[in-house]
Ligand binder design. Structure first.
Ligand code: PMT
Length: 413
């Protein structure tokens, strides 16, 4: 499975002879349908031109920390936030040492320091430099801090020697990078996710709906699939491609979504309701287009079923996760909503002009019984990965509790 499709890959190129392979790497990443942005150090620019990388990535290449034009367009913090994964390839011995020391005196090191996405390095250097205890210590330190070390390979080197220190081939790097997104946290679990808006028909040409684009729900479904779950995505009308590796069911109205979910939820382990379901629908939908006659008209609305509450009320209900779209009093309203709907966890987000709906970034305040966690503003893809990790943690802890409860009950009987 290609886990890189739609992901943002930030590629840092440092000054080693293997920099020329970065061109092929960028081409393969683009073939894998990843968005690619490139940062080049001054040394890298001695080996390969920014123009080549710009043409292949389809984006301007970033080079200077203090370039006011580049900084204004996308500064080091924006670049760090944009990334779903950061790869330094080739990573020279010097660049590894600089990362160990948390240097931030050029664009690449500053971005590495600011980046909270998974980070990986693909070392490339002479075999003696690789074997040197200083480099080995640096690699151990970076690995202990959670950086992924991809390679190096062993073989003939540009300096004429043979041994470990060659950068992994571009295809191997792409495969390993893709594998970083396959966590296996939800392996074997069945997960149902709702996404997008619903449409409530007024007549054959008009409807009541909302601004949900489906991006958050699709990102959550995708993150669950990447975590190894068997995912069914029940989606309202949206203009999004189906993420790889999951089953999609398209619906239109809240009633359709309710039926599709209630058919599947009893057999699922986790239900995540991201959809912006219309709370009300017209009591009667006209069979013919309503003609304009009076200056005003009244539309009588009736409540839609609450899908999330109905799933939570099932006997043997799955672990239920709701979203709360709020324009004010975020944690308090969301806490009340979680209790009112009887669900295990709620992810609250602020919505309004430029917030929550339709945009690419979001922030969540996640609340469960006895705990809460802020997931700061970032791209919806990365946010969804963080949320799914949290859901997997809480789900595992509920499973453990469920297992110990009968034993306690027996002990006290
Ligand atoms: O799609 P995007 O453009 O990416 O925007 C994402 C989002 C803002 C839509 C998303 O992050 C979000 O907040 N989704 C929940 C929207 C919502 O309907 O919130 P609510 O507070 O009204 O509902 C609370 C929960 O009950 C939600 O999980 C909702 O799916 C569920 N619900 C609501 C009504 C209903 N009849 N049935 C439900 O299941």
């Amino acid at each position: 499975m290609n886990y890189l499709s739609g992901k943002h890959v930030l590629l840092g190129i440092t000054g080693g002879i293997a920099a020329y392979k970065a061109a092929e790497l960028v081409r393969l990443l683009r073939n894998a349908d990843a968005g690619v942005r490139v940062i080049m150090t001054a040394g890298a620019r001695e080996f390969i031109t920014p123009l080549t990388l710009q043409a292949l990535s389809g984006n301007p290449v970033h080079t200077d920390l203090l370039d006011s034009t580049a900084e204004a367009a996308m500064g080091h913090i924006e670049l760090a936030r944009w990334a779903d994964v950061l790869l330094v390839a080739p990573a020279t011995a010097d660049s590894l040492a600089r990362l160990v020391h948390g240097r931030a005196d050029d664009l690449l090191t500053a971005v590495c320091l600011a980046c909270e996405a998974p980070r990986a390095v693909a070392p490339a250097m002479n075999r003696a430099m690789w074997d040197n205890p200083a480099t080995r210590d640096n690699i151990s330190t970076l690995a202990a801090r959670g950086l992924h070390v991809l390679g190096p390979a062993t073989g003939e080197q540009a300096c004429g020697e043979t041994g470990p220190g060659r950068m992994l081939e571009p295809q191997a790097l792409v495969d390993q990078l893709s594998g970083l997104f396959r966590t296996g946290r939800l392996a074997g679990r069945r997960v149902v996710v709702t996404a997008g808006p619903t449409r409530e028909a007024i007549d054959p040409v008009r409807y009541i709906s909302n601004r949900s684009s489906g991006r958050m729900g699709f990102a959550v479904a995708r993150a669950a699939a990447e975590a190894g779950a068997d995912v069914t995505l029940v989606s309202g009308p949206v203009a999004l491609e189906t993420p790889p590796g999951l089953q999609r069911v398209d619906v239109t109205s809240a009633a359709d979504m309710h039926a599709a979910v209630m058919q599947r939820a009893p057999d699922s382990d986790i239900f995540i309701a991201v959809a912006a379901v219309a709370d009300y629908r017209p009591q009667a939908s006209a069979t013919q287009k309503i003609r304009k006659s009076e200056a005003t008209m009244e539309l009588l609305l009736e409540r839609n079923p609450d899908i999330l509450a109905d799933v939570a009320a099932l006997s043997g209900a799955p672990f239920t996760v709701g979203f709360a779209a709020e324009t004010e009093a975020l944690p308090e309203s969301a806490k009340n909503k979680r209790i009112a709907k009887g669900i295990d966890m709620i992810a609250a987000n602020l919505v309004g002009e430029g917030l929550g709906f339709e945009v690419d970034e979001n922030a969540l305040h996640v609340i469960w019984d006895g705990g809460e966690r802020e997931l700061p503003c970032t791209g919806k893809t990365r946010l969804a990965v963080q949320l799914v990790e949290l859901i997997a943690d809480r789900y595992d802890s509920r499973q453990t509790q469920d297992k110990v409860t009968p034993i306690n009950a027996k002990d006290t009987a």
